[in-house]
Write a protein that binds this ligand. Structure first.
Ligand code: NAD
Length: 239
């Protein structure tokens, strides 16, 4: 029987909104001490940091370690979408999306790793995207960055498994958050939310809590034999 261990320190990036916020709330309900990192932080344990800026991350983490102790759970949920025809996509726009979604994940993982290595225990959960399974027109930069996050997940799982650290990814399907609603309002989804629900086998839109449930499992003691996995939480849209 695997002992249940609560009371670890968790950091959730992008924790002020949508999926990140639901994950922070869920990990807190699981009994962990949770701090969030976000461009627009909210709540008492919300820290301001741009995940593309290592100095800001390190400064926020110093405060989190002082307040909550070493960080042994990290969920990378900060992200930004982007829609543009590839032929018109400037390299600068490409870089901005890759910077937040991929380089932000790189920085946050590297910044918390010393705590996990010291503890000989860690859980890293990366939120990628179901578009990495299916592709998505006009989102080449986003899909490329999120696909790289899945690859990073697999590589780090092998590198850090022997150190007691698991690394898994969750590519969400169609989840009702400000990001999704913003894209819907701008007519960028290739159909209405209702059209997408019709194409989803379980016939509903995903909720941030659906993603949080999977993240909670990956962060748990019981998931210690699971690493390098890409778990689609998508209502059956991408099987
Ligand atoms: P959201 O816009 O509601 O939340 C994203 C959060 O990330 C915001 O609080 C934002 O301030 C923060 N953020 C953005 N750039 C940042 C930066 N540079 N530094 C720090 N924080 C930053 O979006 P969401 O839908 O909750 O998305 C969460 C994650 O899930 C993202 O990585 C997104 O790409 C991914 N995702 C979402 C869906 C969906 O359907 N909603 C589908 C697939 C993947």
């Amino acid at each position: 029987m695997i002992a249940k261990t609560a009371g670890r320190t968790a950091v959730v990036t992008g924790g002020a909104s949508g999926i990140g916020r639901a994950i922070a709330e869920r990990l807190s309900a699981d009994g962990h001490r949770v701090a969030t990192l976000d461009l627009h932080p909210s709540g008492e344990s919300g820290y301001k940091a741009d995940v593309t800026d290592r100095a800001q991350i390190d400064e926020a983490l110093a405060g989190i370690r002082r307040e909550f102790g070493p960080v042994t759970i990290l969920v990378n949920a900060a992200g930004r979408d982007g829609f543009k025809r590839f032929a018109k996509l400037s390299f600068e726009e490409w870089e901005q999306i890759v910077d937040v979604n991929l380089h932000g994940t790189f920085h946050c993982i590297q910044a918390v790793l010393p705590d996990m290595l010291e503890a000989g225990w860690g859980r890293i959960v990366n939120i990628s995207s179901s578009s990495t399974h299916s592709g998505q027109p006009f989102m080449a930069h986003y899909v490329a960055a999120k696909s790289a996050v899945n690859g990073l997940t697999k590589a780090l799982a092998l590198e850090f498994g022997p150190k007691g650290i698991t690394v898994n990814a969750i590519p969400p399907g169609f989840v009702d958050t400000p990001m999704l609603r913003g894209a819907a309002e701008r007519g960028l989804l290739g159909g209405t939310v209702e059209d997408h629900i019709g194409r989803t086998p379980v016939r509903r839109v995903g909720l941030p809590e659906d993603i949080a449930a999977a993240a909670s499992f990956f962060a748990s003691e019981e998931a210690g034999y699971i690493t390098g996995q890409i778990l689609g939480v998508n209502g059956g849209r991408n099987t």
